[in-house]
Design a protein around this ligand. Sequence first.
Ligand SMILES: [Fe+2]
Ligand SMILES: [Fe+2]
Length: 358
Amino acid sequence: MRLLRDPILLVHAAAQPCPELQAALKARYAVSSCPLEKLSPDAAGKRSLLVVDAPLNLEHQAQKLRKALAQLTNRLVRRVFVVEENNRVLAVRANACGAEAVLPRPLTRDALYRTIDRVLHDPVTDTRDAGGAGLKAGVSALEDILHFATSGFELTQDELYTHGDEIIEAIAEIGLSEWAELVKRHHSRTFRHSLLVTGVAVGFGQLLGVGHLDLRRLALGSLLHDVGKAEIPVGILEKPGSLTPEETEAMRHHPGLGRAILQRKGGFSAEMIDVVAHHHEMLDGSGYPDKLMANQITDLVRAVTISDIFAALIEERAYKSRLSATEAYDLMCGMTGKLDPVLLREFAHVIMRTPLAV
Ligand SMILES: [Fe+2]
Ligand SMILES: [Fe+2]
């Protein structure tokens, strides 16, 4: 067995680290441990990976952990969480704390090593350049949105605008192709999708020459558009194969669930609620959930819908081969009567000027 010398920090909430977990880690990696209360930027240092072993059964435990991890200056240090059982709520809470992988107990050494090796050998994003900084802002925004949707965590539209501005800057500097390349590095398909939609929508807006306020509306609408997926089981969201008819039906509830989340929580504008609720509506009334017709669908929603469909078509999924940008555009042009024809014509510039190789 190869002994990997990557420095790993085992962060434990209990007074002592779990002996079984510590022994399993030590058998393969260079590991030290640190109680959660003593976690600091210095303790985390230049570690490649944190293995976090802390209870997440109660919301306040998740809040405490999130706070402890948020103080780390290197927010991109990879994180693997060990949780008490295979349970979706625990996985969502762990993801909201930045987990790249969640390992439920009972734990096997095999699963532990496989997961840690995969996370350690993923390319790490460099945040020193505009693209990395933009990606970090996008991931933070999506983590905050997920946390907000699933807990009492508070989030304002203004906080999200700040993240959106960094993404706008990044797309202006590196372009859409490079953004799409960066986004591929994120481990969650749901995150990759929202980051790509945001990049496409912002890139589209920049090519149309819209002003900064409209770019912000596009960025925020795209970051939020699938917020309702927070209430869809992770097993459906991240399913490697194609969905059954029942699972597809469950997925179709996400715009309505998203609208309910934003309305329940308050603080988001009617325009953003509209994007979340209606990004699957089609101009000919064939969309869902409200079967809106053309004049009931705003320009912002129309632009996010085009970006959403394009992103979904060019994304790689285990069960479908991705389309090239041109193939995706051709397919969208064949959706007669469904998408805004003027915007779709302009969208051709996104294809021409950014030959995406996603
Ligand atoms: Fe959606
Ligand atoms: Fe989407």
